[in-house]
Design a protein around this ligand. Structure first.
Ligand code: KIV
Length: 273
């Protein structure tokens, strides 16, 4: 089922992603937070694996992405990096570790790169975090931007609805995208904005634009693994395509195992020494 031959692995770099945009080849990106899942995702041929701060939600059960710490992100990222042979690994710098203080931003990015072995970092925001972005880039760390619905600002937005429907917010988003490109970001994620605006951004910048709930006229797509596998059953936004119902499959396996243990069917003779 693998879309690439493991015998012929060529690591995905930011340069390769740029070439993909240039020739119109779409970029695939998915989140992963642990070794076992990252190994499967990488073997399937994913271009980018994002160690998202959505780990705060899907791994730790928090309501928002805000509580996850830098140490916890580094823990998840190291596990993912140990599994990955081909994909570019991007790690979210968590809330409170880069905003408003470019020295702290640089320190956080360097810790992620040094301690996890990841290949790049992602930050949320535009002009407000310009100094932090420039400082991180100055150390040679590739930076991916993230605009639109930026979950670290959820308490400012007050809701997870579509962003940048108003002219003024759309204008700022486009300006921020161009600013991030001018600073030297290698790509930008656009989350939950009108498809027409996302198309305009993708046409206005030369770097790859990856969408989540941003329509099909961008350079690639990203989803949260647990959402697309049907593990987070309660989260079903319009943009989400669910590729499997793993909750059902896993629950059936767990129920069967319980039954087998209770009925003394497991282990049988061939499963014993
Ligand atoms: O943390 C995350 O999973 C993300 C994606 C939604 C892009 O930032």
């Amino acid at each position: 089922m693998s879309v690439h031959s493991s015998a012929n692995i060529k690591r995905i770099t930011t340069h390769i992603l740029q070439e993909m945009k240039n020739r119109g080849e779409k970029i695939s990106m998915l989140t992963a937070y642990d070794y076992s899942m990252a190994r499967i995702v990488d073997d399937a041929g994913m271009d980018i694996i994002l160690v998202g701060d959505s780990a705060s939600n899907v791994m730790a059960g928090h309501e928002t992405t805000l509580p996850i710490t830098l140490d916890q992100m580094i823990y998840h990222a190291s596990a993912v990096v140990r599994a990955v042979k081909r994909a570019l690994v991007v790690v979210d710098i968590p809330f409170g570790s880069y905003q408003g203080n470019s020295t702290e931003a640089l320190r956080s990015a360097i810790r992620i790169m040094k301690e996890s072995g990841a290949h790049s970092v992602k930050v949320e925001g535009g002009s407000e975090i310009k100094e932090s972005v420039i400082r991180i880039l100055s150390a040679g760390v590739p930076v991916m931007g993230h605009l639109g619905l930026t979950p670290q600002s959820i308490y400012k937005f007050g809701t997870y609805t579509v962003r940048a429907k108003e002219e003024s917010e759309a204008k700022k988003l486009l300006e921020d995208a161009m600013l991030l490109e001018a600073c030297g970001c290698f790509a930008i994620v656009l989350e939950k904005i009108p498809a027409s605006l996302a198309k305009k951004v993708a046409e206005s910048v030369t770097i790859p634009v990856i969408g989540i709930g941003a329509g099909g006229e961008v350079d690639g797509q990203v989803l949260v693994m647990h959402d697309m596998l049907g593990i987070t059953q309660e989260f079903k936004p319009r943009f989400l395509r669910q590729y499997a119902d793993l909750e059902d499959i896993m629950k059936k396996a767990f129920v069967q195992y319980i039954e087998d243990v209770k009925n003394k069917d497991f282990p049988n003779e061939s499963e014993s020494y």
